[in-house]
Design a protein around this ligand. Structure first.
Ligand SMILES: Nc1ncnc2c1ncn2[C@@H]1O[C@H](COP(=O)(O)OP(=O)(O)OP(=O)(O)O)[C@@H](O)[C@H]1O
Length: 447
C-alpha cells in the first residue's frame, strides 16, 4: 500500500525554460543548460540521470537557488524564487562535515539561519539524529565515524530543518554497497511515511538501478548542452525488486538512452566529392576529458577479460561510475581502438594490434589516430606554421570549434594525448605549445 499524500497541482520546485552559461577560466562562454523545464511535485521522488558533465548538478543547484540561471525562471511553491529555497535541503556526496564540530553541532548547522528558541532547536536536532539512526553518537566527532555514519550526519543535517524537498547530489556514491543500500531503504521509508520526512525528493545520481529502485519519475539529461532527453514514470510498487522484468526494462531503457547519446552507432564517414582529401575526419568531434592512462586501462581490461563485453560489466570492473566509463569508452572509440555496436564494447582490428604492440609502436598508432581527429588536425596545422603557439590561441580555437565543451579542459586533455603521441609538448611557464622535434615524428605525420 502506498502511504504517500496525493500530489497537489503546484510543484514544490520548478524550472521554467532555464538556460545556464558559465564563463570558463579563460573567459569563454560555455552553455551547460538549454531550455530546461522540470518540476518536482508534492509527494514525488524524482531522479536525474545523465553522463558526467551533462549538467545534473547545475540543474539541482538552480532548483534550490544555489545557482542563478542565465535565462528562464525558478519557482518555489508556484512563486518566483528569490535566493535560496528555504523549503529545500541538499545532501552532497562529500558529506561536507566540519571536523571540529560534534555530530550534534554539525546537525545544528542545518538550522543556522533559522531563528528558534533553544529548547525547540535542541528537540529538532535530537529528532533528526534519532530519525537517521545516530542516537548514541551526539557527541562523536566526524573522524570517529565510518563513511556511512558520516553520510547519516549529512542527511540528518539536511532533515533537521524539516524541508519539504530533500535534494541528494550523488549522496550514496562514496559509500560501500551495503551501507548505501541500507541508507537508500531508510530514506525511502522516511519519505513514504506521512509526516516522517520530506514530502518530495530530488536525486541526482549516476546509478541507474538506484534511480529505478527509488524514484517515481526518472529524468535523463542529454549533454552538450544539458537538455531534458527522456522522462519516465516509474509506477512499480515498493519495495522494488531488481529482478522484476519491468524494473529491468526501465534500467535498459535508461541505459540505452544514455549510451545512445554518448556512443551513437553512426554510419562510417565517406569522403565528400569535390572536397580536398584530408586524413582528418570531416566531423568536428569533442575530445572526452580522460587521461591516456584511463584509455590504456580500459584496453587492458578488455584484453585480459574478453568475457566482459558490455559497458555495464566493464564499468563495474574498472570501478568507475557509469558516466565516467562512457567517457573512457568514447575516447577509445574515437581513436578507433574499439567499437560499440549497441551497448557492446569490442576491439577493432587496430585496437587488437595496439594492445599487442610495444610501447613505441603503441605511440605511433596513437599518434596516427589522434592525427585523424579534426580538432588535432587544426592544432597541428597551426604548429606547422609557427614554431610555438600560444595556449590562449589554441583555447580560443577550441572554444570556436566546440562551443559546448570547456575549452581549457579540452586543451589540457589534448596536450596530454598529444604528448603521449609525441606530437606536441607544452611549456607551462611560457604557456607555449610546440612540436618536440620534427625528426621524432612518425613518418606519415611529419610529411
Ligand atoms: N562554476 C562553474 N564554472 C564553469 N563551468 C562550470 C561550473 N560548474 C559547472 N561547470 C561546467 O558545467 C558542466 C556541467 O556540470 P555539472 O556539474 O552540472 O554536470 P554533472 O552532470 O553534474 O556532472 P558530474 O556527473 O560529473 O557531476 C560541466 O562542463 C562543468 O565543467
Amino acid at each position: 500500500m502506498d502511504l504517500r499524500l496525493p500530489e497537489t497541482a503546484t510543484p514544490l520546485a520548478q524550472l521554467c525554460a532555464v538556460s545556464k552559461s558559465y564563463k570558463t577560466a579563460g573567459g569563454h562562454e560555455l552553455k551547460v543548460l538549454d531550455d530546461i523545464d522540470l518540476a518536482v511535485g508534492r509527494g514525488e521522488f524524482v531522479a536525474l540521470l545523465g553522463q558526467s558533465g551533462s549538467g545534473k548538478s547545475t540543474i539541482l543547484r538552480c532548483l534550490v537557488g544555489l545557482v542563478e540561471p542565465s535565462t528562464g525562471r525558478v519557482l518555489a511553491g508556484g512563486r518566483p524564487l528569490a535566493g535560496v529555497n528555504r523549503d529545500a535541503s541538499v545532501v552532497f556526496q562529500t558529506f561536507a562535515l566540519y571536523p571540529w564540530l560534534t555530530v550534534a553541532q554539525n546537525v545544528a548547522v542545518g538550522l543556522m539561519s533559522r531563528p528558534m528558541a533553544l529548547a525547540e532547536r535542541d528537540a529538532a536536532i535530537d529528532r533528526a539524529i534519532e530519525l537517521i539512526g545516530l542516537g548514541n553518537h551526539h557527541a562523536a566527532y566526524p573522524r570517529e565515524l565510518s563513511g556511512g555514519m558520516r553520510q547519516r550526519v549529512g542527511i540528518a543535517r539536511a532533515l533537521v530543518s524539516q524541508p519539504r524537498l530533500l535534494c541528494l547530489d550523488e549522496a550514496f556514491s562514496a559509500l560501500d554497497v551495503l551501507t548505501a543500500e541500507n541508507l537508500r531503504q531508510e530514506l525511502l521509508a522516511l519519505w513514504r511515511t506521512p509526516g516522517g520526512g520530506p514530502d518530495s525528493v530530488f536525486m541526482v545520481t549516476h546509478n541507474i538501478e538506484e534511480a529505478v529502485e527509488m524514484a517515481t519519475r526518472i529524468v535523463v539529461v542529454f549533454p552538450r548542452p544539458g537538455r531534458i532527453g527522456l522522462v519516465l514514470e516509474n509506477k512499480l510498487p515498493y519495495p522494488r525488486d531488481a529482478r522484476d522484468p519491468e524494473f529491468q526494462r526501465l534500467v535498459q531503457l535508461i541505459h540505452d538512452a544514455i549510451t545512445r547519446t554518448a556512443l551513437p552507432d553512426l554510419p562510417p564517414e565517406t569522403a565528400t566529392a569535390g572536397q580536398p582529401i584530408s586524413r582528418a575526419r570531416p566531423r568536428m568531434e569533442a575530445i572526452p576529458l580522460v587521461a591516456v592512462g584511463q584509455i590504456l586501462g580500459l584496453l587492458s581490461i578488455l584484453n585480459d577479460a574478453p568475457e566482459l563485453s558490455n559497458i555495464y560489466d566493464i564499468s563495474d570492473e574498472i570501478g568507475r561510475e557509469f558516466g565516467d566509463t562512457i567517457a573512457i569508452v568514447k575516447a577509445a572509440e574515437i581513436l578507433e581502438l574499439i567499437e560499440t555496436p549497441k551497448d557492446q564494447v569490442r576491439f577493432t582490428e587496430l585496437g587488437r594490434r595496439f594492445v599487442a604492440a610495444s610501447g613505441e609502436e603503441r605511440r605511433r598508432i596513437f599518434a596516427a589516430q589522434v592525427f585523424k581527429l579534426r580538432i588535432f588536425h587544426v592544432l597541428l596545422a597551426l604548429l606547422r606554421e609557427h614554431e610555438a603557439v600560444d595556449a590562449d590561441q589554441v583555447i580560443h580555437e577550441i572554444a570556436t570549434a566546440l562551443p559546448y565543451e570547456n575549452p581549457e579542459r579540452s586543451f589540457e586533455t589534448m596536450v596530454a594525448w598529444g604528448r603521449y603521441a609525441g606530437l606536441m609538448d607544452f611549456n607551462a611557464k611560457t604557456r607555449k605549445l610546440f612540436v618536440p622535434g620534427a625528426e621524432d615524428l612518425p613518418a606519415e605525420i611529419a610529411g
